[in-house]
Design a protein around this ligand. Sequence first.
Ligand SMILES: NC(=O)c1ccc[n+]([C@@H]2O[C@H](COP(=O)([O-])OP(=O)(O)OC[C@H]3O[C@@H](n4cnc5c(N)ncnc54)[C@H](O)[C@@H]3O)[C@@H](O)[C@H]2O)c1
Ligand SMILES: [Zn+2]
Ligand SMILES: [Zn+2]
Length: 382
Amino acid sequence: MKAVVYKEPFSVAVENVPDPKILHPNDTIVRITSSCICGSDLHMYEGRTAAEPGIVFGHENMGVIEEVGAAVKDRKVGDRVVMPFNVACGFCKNCLGGFTGFCTTVNPGFAGGAYGYVAMGPWVGGQAEYMQVPFADFNCLPLPEGTEHEADFALLADIFPTGYHGAELAGVRPGESVAVFGAGPVGLMAVYSSLIRGAAEVYSIDHVPERLAKAAEIGAIPINYDEGDPVKQIKDRRGTGVDKGIDAVGYQATKAGSSAVGGQQDEVPNIVLNQLIDVVNPTGALGIPGLYVPSDPGGVSESASRGALSLNFGRLFEKGLSLGTGQCNVKQYNAYLRDMIISGRAKPSFVVSHEVPLDEAPDAYTKFDRREDGYTKVILHP
Ligand SMILES: NC(=O)c1ccc[n+]([C@@H]2O[C@H](COP(=O)([O-])OP(=O)(O)OC[C@H]3O[C@@H](n4cnc5c(N)ncnc54)[C@H](O)[C@@H]3O)[C@@H](O)[C@H]2O)c1
Ligand SMILES: [Zn+2]
Ligand SMILES: [Zn+2]
């Protein structure tokens, strides 16, 4: 089958790889209809992780079940399904606690597995024609038959739940004010989720004009950090900080005036974390779905290469702030968010800017990585 294969930094190719097989009676094989490119893929694409050439990318996958193992009970051939990016067993201690992003079964020696991702286990990605899904009854979320809401449902694999997770980690409640750093797909979903949860005022901070425009379209107040310190811009408007803050940027955060290409020399990995500590009012909370890694081959300093960042922890303590981090436990949210899409209460596909055939993946990676031509969220259709 055809699949998107990582070759070297800034290069992927569509190549023939072996078809996936049922390896365990709990497996299914899914024929992929949609697989998205994620900001998380770009960390690997840019050579900023330990990912080795040859890995098949793709952790945001949906499709139709083609084959089921003998022990799969509720999923059937022909079912339309979307898979959380987390691969999880459903029965380990973390899964039982709802922490399916930290499953200890699927990636021995580590807590957490994912498709097509460095250090997340043997699971081959779904930017391909077919994909093996283990523990299929647990990992395949059923969807209504047909083709309706395809782009909305595809976002249930990661970014809609992850944006919601950011709002959940920050404990966003009705009537609150929220600052969301990053207006990439995850940031836009964090803005959207904060509004769904009833926030009164949401600030969206970025410097890519198309992305800030999308945030404004759904009701956020856009703040361009190239036009001045975003914390000051928010405090000047409000006369105070905000109740809650969300980091949807991660360790490749850049300083003001950096090129949209995100030149490494412009990176300041701790900038957003310290701005959050600054902008959130005393007793508030920080939700940090933005990715931070313990090993970054391209780190801007020796300590950054180890993921050791300097934080204003004294200020955080003094303000009595709480914070939450980590991979999204997609299973906690995906069925509920699916039902919001079906009932017409949510339409996350407003973030999708491009839908292209699998063969065009190399070009889509290049443009998405440069955040050019309005590339905000790309869905590949094998
Ligand atoms: N926790 C999880 O489960 C999970 C899941 C998916 C993605 N992620 C992570 O979430 C982050 C965002 O993902 P994405 O797909 O939206 O990525 P993205 O790269 O498309 O978006 C990041 C945005 O942050 C902006 N940015 C850079 N520096 C900034 C700064 N100093 N202040 C404000 N904005 C700044 C960029 O311009 C860009 O628009 C990534 O780190 C990704 O790895 C985490
Ligand atoms: Zn993703
Ligand atoms: Zn588990």
